[in-house]
Ligand binder design. Structure first.
Ligand SMILES: [Zn+2]
Ligand SMILES: [Zn+2]
Ligand SMILES: [Zn+2]
Ligand SMILES: [Zn+2]
Ligand SMILES: [Zn+2]
Length: 294
């Protein structure tokens, strides 16, 4: 009797376990996003289907490479999501997409909707292959705003990672920023005429530069480089003086002064006029102690 009773109890508990088991399995699968797949284009877009059973859901996504989270977590109420394509440097098959869902009430319309009364997050669902699915391919028009660049080229890039107009920089002329007196090289800059990328070269062979200014000594004038101060030997020449101008006449007691100016460099040379002595005159001249006349 006792034996029969315990057997009955065992059967009863077994029935309960068997009865509960399918319900538990169903609960684990329920609430999980279905059929996660990569979109045909753009390459960083994933799509998925809602958990079975209807209702409104908010989704959380993350993109992993191995165990490292590359992008996300991102939240959405759509059933597609664009990961940051520029972070995806490898083939997308190498990445793992994980999405989980929670029931919620969505208020308002895309893109101004918001979520209230969120439930508990379900389990993470992972991407398994691609293709198929009930969801429509979401529209995506590439938008290529502004230039991106690196040291050698420029391009435009959509948020999905698609690149356009990729080409090498289109550099203008080198322009001097300054002459480095320590290295004796010109430090120059040039800009890409398309994207504005600035390239600097600190070791451009120095190009002499001359202004209108001349340097001068007592007999010659020359030009020096504005930056390195080196004398340009091709410009060294004797002054080209104009006529003497008497700036102070000599008297019989004091020396006078005269000057002349180089028409090229404007160097002015000054010389004294000796004290006047009347013995330079011939007999036609008359004179007294201070003056002479004819
Ligand atoms: Zn795009
Ligand atoms: Zn450029
Ligand atoms: Zn120079
Ligand atoms: Zn001169
Ligand atoms: Zn005289």
């Amino acid at each position: 009797m006792l034996r029969k009773k315990s057997l009955l109890a065992l059967l009863l508990s077994l029935c309960m376990v068997v009865g509960i088991l399918p319900a538990t399995v169903f609960a684990a699968g329920a609430g999980m996003p279905q059929n996660i797949r990569w979109a045909e284009s753009p390459k960083s877009m994933v799509q998925w289907d809602a958990p079975s059973g209807g209702g409104q859901y908010q989704y959380e996504l993350r993109l992993k490479l191995g165990e490292t989270i590359i992008d996300g977590p991102d939240l959405t109420v759509q059933r597609y999501h664009l990961f940051n394509g520029s972070l995806m440097t490898e083939a997308r098959e190498n990445y793992t997409v994980e999405i989980r869902a929670r029931s919620c009430i969505i208020v308002g319309e895309f893109p101004n909707e918001y979520v209230t009364s969120p439930g508990e997050w379900g389990d993470w669902a992972t991407l398994e292959g691609s293709g198929g699915g009930e969801g429509p391919t979401p529209p995506h028009e590439h938008s290529f705003d502004g230039w991106k660049n690196n040291g050698t080229q420029h391009w435009k890039e959509c948020s999905c990672g698609e690149k356009s107009e990729e080409s090498p920089h289109n550099f203008g002329e080198w322009e001097l920023i300054y002459y480095d007196v320590n290295t004796k090289y010109d430090v120059c800059e040039r800009q890409c005429l398309t994207c504005g990328y600035e390239q600097i070269d600190r070791y451009r062979e120095h190009q002499h530069y001359y202004t209108d200014d001349w340097s001068s000594g007592s007999t010659t004038h020359w030009k020096v480089c504005y930056y390195c101060k080196e004398v340009n030997q091709d410009t060294v020449a004797n002054h080209t003086f104009g006529d003497w101008t008497e700036t102070k006449p000599a008297t019989t007691t004091e020396e006078g002064l005269k000057e002349r100016t180089c028409s090229v460099c404007e160097y002015t040379q000054e010389e004294t006029i000796p004290v006047h002595t009347h013995d330079v005159h011939d007999k036609a001249w008359k004179y007294d102690d201070t003056n002479h006349w004819q």
